[in-house]
Design a protein around this ligand. Structure first.
Ligand code: 38G
Length: 285
């Protein structure tokens, strides 16, 4: 993909309906005029000056673009083109039409272990790939996992929103207080160095939610949620986990570990017996 285009995005793309919006900006469906291919276009207002509270830092968006340009994996949404003007940047992205995993879970309340494993294996392959490129996402949550198509027998997932992602450099400490309370790891709250293990905590939380429909650390308020995360205390309430296999609980236990270096890596998760059964006896329904 070339560098940033400076012409008007509408010279090359026909802008269509709004798909949604969020902290990141607005996402619109669009159609590339030359090929007729449909994409998603993410419009991001950039700050006019350093002190301004409106818009995102240009460097922050350039970092997201640089990270996306390094990632080509089936589980990670693809960046196709980028436009930049004085006050706005537009990312042209692979169109993902199946909605958020968050909504998929909400409709089903909880998934079977086999369904959860099918999603998690794809998420872990994408995360193992990004970690192998020394990139951490730092905002993994069901809202940032989208389904490529609705109603497919085996839905394909896409990880989106790399707005908080960072290159993890050896010897370079990265700390941040960003993220969503119920998914962030204890080291984020304690303002300690963040690493790829920070993503693995979030995957433990996502797994817990996929299997139960409830969130392990969710409190009545954000401060209460953060206190629960910092304590690392959670339980497998029998009302939601009585049918859950010990193997699945072990998988979660090996991720929701306060000490980052003691958590499973994405590669270790992919060979955990719950994800990759060693024999038929270990296969879950
Ligand atoms: C690259 O970063 C982003 C990509 C996207 C993205 C990429 C491809 C794509 N195809 C369809 C959509 C889409 C469809 C419906 C709603 C949304 C979005 O507004 N909500 C999903 C994002 N989530 C962060 C709430 C996005 N998207 N969204 C959304 C947010 C991002 O920060």
């Amino acid at each position: 993909m070339a560098g940033f285009k400076h012409e008007n995005v509408e010279s090359l793309y026909e802008l269509l309906e709004n798909l949604g919006s969020g902290h990141f900006g607005v996402v619109r469906k669009c159609r590339e005029k030359t090929s007729g291919t449909y994409y998603a276009s993410k419009f991001i207002k950039t700050r006019k000056c350093k002190g301004s509270r409106l818009g995102l830092d240009r460097e922050q968006v350039e970092r997201e673009v640089s990270i996306l340009q390094q990632l080509q994996h089936p589980s990670i949404m693809r960046l196709h083109d980028v436009f930049a003007s004085k006050a706005e940047m537009v990312l042209i992205l692979e169109l993902i039409s199946g909605g958020e995993l968050f909504d998929f879970i909400a409709e089903k309340e909880a998934l079977s272990e086999a369904e959860a494993i099918e999603f998690l294996e794809q998420i872990l392959e994408g995360v193992a790939y990004m970690h192998s490129h020394h990139i951490a996402h730092f905002d993994l949550k069901p809202e940032n996992i989208m389904l490529l198509e609705k109603k497919m027998p085996s839905p394909k997932i896409k990880i989106i929103d790399f707005g908080l992602a960072q290159k993890i450099e050896d010897g370079v400490t990265f700390k941040s207080l960003c993220g969503t309370p119920q998914y962030i790891a204890p080291e984020v709250i304690n303002y300690e160095p963040l690493t790829s293990a920070t993503d693995m905590w979030s995957i433990g939380v996502i797994t817990y939610i996929l299997l139960s429909g409830i969130s392990p650390f969710q409190g009545e308020t954000d401060p209460e949620t953060l206190t629960n995360v910092a304590s690392g205390n959670y339980e497998f309430d029998d009302r939601y986990f009585k049918e859950t296999s010990e193997m699945a609980k072990d998988f979660i236990r090996e991720l929701l570990v306060k000490e980052p270096k003691d958590r499973m890596t994405a590669v270790e998760c992919l060979v955990h017996p719950w994800i990759k059964p060693l024999n038929r006896k270990q296969v879950v329904n």
